[in-house]
Design a protein around this ligand. Structure first.
Ligand code: ADP
Length: 480
């Protein structure tokens, strides 16, 4: 059996409880076959110390999984991570050209670190290893590996949305980035919409030929593509909701809010999540439906995220001010409409909190998938489930059709949907929950990793590995 090699920006210690869907899925697939997980250690080396060994590989084996990590220099961190990944690709892939900072040094740093990853990984590879690369930080990694002679099967999964051509084309290096994807054998996206955007891009910009529904030919290479919507570990969430911390949290919340109706938002504090728009919609709910005053309470948990990137500072200030205003305008001595908590909640407590809430507000302006939506559904009591209000712009909306779908830009419409969710009869809630649960179970995280890896294993490998995906054009495009 081939060994699995996973490459992602960060790795996670397989001995610790995995935080989030990606870590759970990767850990599970790695443990099945034994394998290698390669990425950045999260550490920054001080270049001024002139310690030549700073980019040395550190390897640690736990059971049948080896974790191999490298440190980055301050310059790499600033340009590759903060710069190109989080200040260019993250905003652009979430359709926010207005927030992107197209700095030539960022692009050069991105390319340099992808090459460094390839250089450090290449000596560790065996000929029949199956390589799975994750996310927007590492788009050109396969092209760099191919240039070094790597002929392994390499798959790529994009966790964020794929924007339409008109947005992608604004990135100065767009042609190089999209061409780089053709150095992979399989590229997976979160949704059919993403697949359509990518197909349209390469057909229009690179005269790609569509050989079949999942095969594209361009740049002298054939690429398999597909939608593999990421799922959750359903049983883990169900069990956590029943376990001690889950039950404690549930009971405490139920007692505390026995006379109220609890609404919940759980997000990273990120501009893609539509948090200010959500507060506006909640305000609209209180204005339009006064029966919710002194009753409906929104707990909004927003975990700190990428605080070194400027746009996040602005968002934090905006949220502080919106939440302060709604509490000042509508609050009573014994009731605050919004409880805004800028912190992480322990993973073991989240399912209990989900279960105690009548309604979840998952209203991103744009999201690759959104796992909170799926976790909320999985944590509900099937006999008295809470209702999910979901943005049509989350990748999850393609699957979770029985949620109440909203346009997060439309505060009035979102308020109406929240009101409907709050007053939905038990029978309808049960029916919708059953349907949602069966979709979440069918396409869970185990399905996601096994179906992607099955497709990668069986992809007909293009022998035209002439490294065209890494052309002279790319050098110019990234001004490396
Ligand atoms: P993203 O990957 O953009 O952060 P997702 O909703 O897909 O969004 O995944 C977020 C993961 O992180 C989920 O598993 C969720 O439970 C967890 N999470 C998000 N916000 C918090 C928070 N404030 N506290 C604890 N866990 C959180």
């Amino acid at each position: 059996m081939s060994r699995l090699v996973v490459v992602s920006n960060r790795t996670a210690d397989p001995r610790k409880a995995a935080a989030g869907g990606l870590a759970v899925a990767v850990k599970e697939s790695l443990q099945q076959t034994g394998g290698l997980w390669f990425g950045w250690s999260g550490k920054i080396h001080d270049e001024s110390e002139h310690d030549a060994g700073y980019q040395d590989l550190r390897a640690q084996t736990v059971g049948n999984v080896t974790l191999a990590t490298i440190d980055l220099s301050q310059r790499d961190y600033d340009t590759y991570y903060l710069g190109y990944s989080n200040d260019v690709l993250w905003p652009v892939f979430h359709y926010r050209l207005d927030l992107a900072n197209f700095d030539v040094d960022f692009a050069a740093g991105y390319r340099r670190v992808n090459r460094l990853f390839a250089q450090k990984l290449m000596p560790l590879l065996k000929p029949d290893d199956l390589i799975w690369v994750h996310d927007y930080h590492l788009i050109p990694l396969a092209a760099e590996l191919r240039a070094m002679g790597c002929r392994n099967r390499i798959g790529f999964f994009l966790h964020v949305p794929m924007p339409p051509l008109e947005i992608m084309a604004a990135v100065p290096e767009h042609e190089w980035l999209m061409r780089s994807l053709f150095a992979y054998d399989l590229v997976g996206f979160q949704s059919e919409t993403d697949v359509t955007h990518f197909t349209h891009y390469v057909q229009s910009e690179a005269q790609a030929e569509q050989l079949s529904h999942d095969r594209l030919r361009a740049f002298n290479r054939t690429l398999r593509i597909g939608a593999y919507p990421i799922g959750i570990d359903v049983d883990e969430v169900v069990n956590l909701a029943q376990a001690k911390e889950g039950r404690d949290t549930f009971e405490r919340m139920r007692e505390e809010y026995s006379r109220r109706r609890l609404l919940l938002g759980v997000d990273r504090l990120d501009y893609s999540k539509g948090l200010p728009q959500r507060i506006h919609a909640f305000r609209e709910l209180l204005a339009q439906y006064p029966e919710n005053r002194s009753s409906a309470t929104l707990i909004q948990i927003a975990s700190p995220s990428r605080e070194a990137v400027g746009a996040y500072d602005d968002l934090r200030r905006q949220m502080d001010s919106l939440c302060g205003a709604i509490n000042g305008d509508y609050g009573e001595l014994d009731w605050m409409p919004v409880r805004y908590i800028h912190r992480n909640v322990a993973r073991k407590r989240l399912p209990g909190l989900y279960r105690a809430s009548r309604v979840a507000l998952v209203t991103p302006l744009r999201d690759g998938m959104n796992l909170v939506a799926k976790e909320f559904v999985a944590a509900q009591d099937p006999a008295d489930p809470g209702m999910l209000v979901l943005s049509r712009f989350a990748g999850a909306a393609e699957q979770l059709k029985e949620a109440l779908m909203v346009n997060p830009y439309d505060a009035h419409g979102t308020a109406q949907a929240i009101q409907r969710a709050l007053s939905m009869p038990l029978e309808e809630r049960i029916q919708r929950h059953e349907a949602l649960m069966s979709r979440i179970r069918k396409h869970d995280v185990h399905w996601w990793s096994s179906s992607f890896l099955h497709a990668l294993k069986h992809v007909e490998q293009d022998q035209g590995l002439d490294h065209n995906a890494k052309s002279g054009q790319s050098e110019r495009d990234t001004r490396a």
